[in-house]
Design a binder for this molecule. Structure first.
Ligand SMILES: Cc1ncc(COP(=O)(O)O)c(C=O)c1O
Length: 468
């Protein structure tokens, strides 16, 4: 048997399964153009659709014997798209899932085509370098000390986990099952996962109360740290949240830093929501103290529309990452310009998600970054203004998230009011979420959607006022 010098591409039903390395495939170009046209149609008809379509039939799951041609593949895609959550709808206000940035969509497509691997430099030379440089740029913008840097990961949950594993190692507590983590009761549930994955005790997540603004209570933190010390429970990290999930509250990071310094503790800031506000000088005052953290999670996917996923973990001293996650990669060449991506994080093979973050921010520019941040804040403040806080109890920090419930309703009534009102609004194309927070149901609106205009905000506030 001999291999032909120029093997035929696998062509099924007229569409090459792999792009020819010898010349342009007109069928492939045509297919990608059509896919792109379908996607643009899906995005551009969002306002006539619904943010949350009903889940009808899906296409068959199993591959057919002889595969599907380009037209049939597009039909398959259309069926999934028609039933997908529609972030581009102006009424999509439920979560931290904004419309996708156009340059980020393009970069995602190119990322798939490049199919590079951030595991090792030789599998992603330009992209490994891009990731290192962009992490350094972010660290600098957040005000972290010179030399600070980090690594990208699939989402904030993973960034938080890696930070805590690094903190534990730095404290020399990797073999101590009694080690614990201290955070506020409003911290994200990803910390609970971290405790499980790290094999810590069930009570390893020690929670501190919050004040009426949803910010960690410093007196309680001080007391708890002393109490844990007396109990001989070592603390591997204190976690501050810059932008809590329900109210967008920002913990008092500088004062938490002072307590950590007193006790020699690692301070991790979960800035999955809030750290992006530090990218612009006009909004950075909303999240003071990031520069004093040992590690920071930042999730540009949650606000800038960088397509999922886009999360960075930044460390004041990034060498901790190599110490914890470095295994040696004996089947790879040594990297020339820094560490292999697979040696400074938990993930092995990893897509070059940095491309869409980089291109997205390049598209926005400084002015665009500022506009995204400020307009989100303005929409939230308009909503607070129209909602009338005498009738509603608001849970809303300084960012773009507003949770609320009518004053004077009992718990049972709140269950019904939140569920019914959410459904009513959904029928009008406005999607809010319904968090369960401190033993009560709330409705929550996240104002990161640039298509949400004042008219819609007024409509939302009027509907809410009419519902009580
Ligand atoms: C404050 C905070 N941290 C972490 C996360 C986890 O991020 P991800 O869902 O990207 O894993 C979230 C998610 O909403 C969050 O709100």
């Amino acid at each position: 048997m001999s291999l032909r010098a120029k093997p035929d591409a696998v062509v099924l039903n007229g569409l090459p399964a792999f792009a020819s390395p010898y010349g342009t495939d007109v069928e492939l170009v045509d297919f990608l153009e059509q896919v792109s046209a379908h996607l643009c149609r899906w995005l551009s008809t969002a306002a006539n659709r619904h943010p949350l379509p009903s889940l009808g039939c899906l296409p068959d799951i199993a591959p057919e014997r002889f595969g599907r041609n380009a037209r049939q593949l597009l039909e398959d895609l259309d069926q999934i798209m028609d039933r997908a959550y529609q972030p581009n709808h102006p009424g999509a206000l439920a979560h931290l899932d904004p419309p996708p940035l156009t340059a980020s969509i393009a970069a995602d497509l190119v990322c798939a085509g490049l199919n590079n691997n951030l595991l090792a430099e030789e599998l992603s030379p330009s992209l490994s370098l891009l990731e290192r440089r962009l992490c350094r740029w972010f660290a600098e913008r957040l005000g972290l000390p010179q030399g600070a840097s980090g690594v990208a990961a699939s989402g904030g949950t993973l960034s938080n986990l890696m930070a805590l594993v690094a903190a534990r190692h730095a404290a020399g507590l990797q073999h101590d099952p009694n080690a614990c983590i201290v955070a506020s009761r409003d911290a994200h549930v990803s910390l609970q996962k971290a405790v499980k994955v790290m094999g810590l005790r069930e009570d390893a997540l020690q929670l501190v109360g919050t004040d009426d603004q949803g910010c960690l209570d410093l007196v309680q933190l001080d007391w708890l740290l002393q109490h844990l010390h007396q109990q001989e429970r070592p603390v591997l990290a204190v976690v501050a949240t810059a932008g809590t999930t329900v109210s967008g509250s920002v913990d008092p990071i500088p004062k938490m830093r002072a307590l950590c310094d007193r006790d020699g503790l690692w301070l991790h800031v979960d800035g999955a929501i809030g750290a992006c506000f530090a990218l612009n000088p006009n909004t950075s005052t909303l999240v003071p103290g990031l520069k004093e953290a040992d590690s920071v999670t930042v999730n540009p996917q949650k606000l800038f529309g960088i397509t999922k996923t886009s999360s960075l973990l930044l460390l004041a001293n990034p060498s901790h990452l190599k110490t914890v996650f470095g295994t040696g990669l004996p089947y790879m060449e040594t990297s020339r310009d820094g560490e292999h991506g697979g040696e400074i994080g938990l993930q092995g093979t990893r897509a070059a998600e940095i491309l869409k973050l980089w291109l997205g921010l390049r598209q926005l520019g400084e002015e665009g970054i500022q506009h995204v941040l400020q307009s989100a804040l303005e929409r939230a403040s308009l909503f607070r203004h129209y909602l009338n806080d005498e009738k509603f109890m608001l849970r809303s920090g300084p960012l773009h998230i507003v949770s609320f419930r009518p004053c004077g309703l009992l718990s049972d009534q709140l269950v019904t009011w939140t569920a019914d009102t959410r459904q009513k609004l959904l029928r009008q194309g406005i999607m809010l979420s319904r968090p369960f927070y401190q033993d009560q149901y709330y409705l929550k609106a996240v104002f990161g959607n640039p298509h949400t205009d004042e008219r819609l905000i007024i409509q939302l506030a009027q509907q809410l006022l009419a519902s009580i």
